[in-house]
Design a protein around this ligand. Sequence first.
Ligand SMILES: [Zn+2]
Ligand SMILES: [Zn+2]
Ligand SMILES: [Zn+2]
Ligand SMILES: [Zn+2]
Ligand SMILES: [Zn+2]
Ligand SMILES: [Zn+2]
Length: 530
Amino acid sequence: MSGDKKPASSKPASSSEPPQNPPKSSSVKPEKSKTQTFGPPLNLTVPKNKAVGCEHLFAFYKKPGWGVEDTKDRYNKKLDLLIDYKKECKSCSTCHDVPASLYLCLECEELNCWDCADQHAKGEEHEFSLNCRNGYLWCHACRDFIYDSDLERVRCAHEKVIAATSFRKRKRPTADEARYIENNSNPQPCKSTGLRGMVNFGNTCWISVSLLSLLENPLLRNFFMTRPHEYQTCQIECCLVCELGRIFDAFYSEDNLSPFAAMEFIIATSKRLPSFRATEQQDPSDFLSLLLGRLCEDFNQKDPVTGECKCILHQVFHWKISDHRYCKSCKSKNTLDGPLSGPLLLFNKLGKDWRDTPAGKRRKAETKSDNPTPSLKVFLDEYYKKQANVPYTCKNCKNATEGNTTHFHSFKAYPMVVTCYFPWMKMGENTSPEHVEFPLALDLKEFATPVRSGKVKLEDAPSVWYDLFFTTVHHGSDKGGHYVCYARDREGSWFHFNDTNVTVAKPEHVLGSTSIMLSYILRKLPETEV
Ligand SMILES: [Zn+2]
Ligand SMILES: [Zn+2]
Ligand SMILES: [Zn+2]
Ligand SMILES: [Zn+2]
Ligand SMILES: [Zn+2]
Ligand SMILES: [Zn+2]
């Protein structure tokens, strides 16, 4: 039933799953309880050339009898055991509860529900457990799944066996049942909803939200579902289009709602974008800009003569701007074609006195408050405001006095998707994102070239509506924290993605969130040309 949607990780009532991850970061000092449970805080530097799960696993490798090779060997043996455990015992050996997934201690034979495994970890200082459903390693000190390149290779060798014995494995219907189903069901146009959580490999929630912003983009989804790239014959090493295409397939072609593990993508990005390390929290806007650049390279659709790129990302995320100059001496107006803009609209920090600017005064009047919080409109007005102090020689009267010309930009052609980033994570201070008010639908007509150049009055200009479909939320400060996101599906319902958990959300939740990134999609092309 297409209307009866369920979140990807709806928890069965009896399940005992890890709680939603609290904000965390490797650069944040360990909490007191962790220090007491697992010894003094660790100040180890994780080696750069290797993706080591977490600092705890790195320390664990130094334990006598638990070097990398020994750990791989024992992890391998534990994975063998999972297959038997899946068939036979499905209840916790301590509390006898039947959870959605059991956890097997890496160091001893304990097989518990998550709560009991966590107790065991604290009591025995056995910090790592295997999730029996998929074999991923959970670090009880990090309170998260961790990713380690050595162990992941071991786990991947078991992937097929694990999939074959999954709790989610479906019983094949008999011929009679199949006929009954066929005669009594309505065909569903798309079996997959794309609502899958993502496994957080320690500190990779910033990669997950960046990926989800592409996966939940309706234009990219439609494009990638046509399988536009020769995945089989592609010769590019660590091709990111190939990797992204596979994830689109996994999200929209597979009848599978279990959390997705993007480890191949993470490995490919670590090779193609060496400045990003999956083990550290990084700014999603930097990551997304560079990722889109590399994807564009891999599409390789640049016109050799004009240099213009025809790739889907350029079509979706970039826009043409007009560059306006107004000379105060000779009163001449000059409108030029500016450079191509995009892929993101990166807002600047508002000045301390922003409430006294024209945009700030409008905001005060609108909110009937002397101390209003900023809105998206304030940031847009600031971004497109007229600037006076740009050095420029007037083409008409040759006057070059600084401040003689005003200068501003406008949309010459609208982008299909506008992705706005607020500057909170860019400040280098230990600040937290502020709440910015934003709408579910946004009309950008006032920033169109004909309106801004004065050729068309604002009230006569056709509306250019954009609809919000994705927001990224950050909990914590710029020193570290946790990224989650909201996405709207094709039926207009909102969902909250927090690592492996996907839950239904209401528009009020989205609008009330402290979002650092907003993605709007063009509702329809304006009737008249911009
Ligand atoms: Zn238990
Ligand atoms: Zn144990
Ligand atoms: Zn850890
Ligand atoms: Zn490729
Ligand atoms: Zn391109
Ligand atoms: Zn002039």
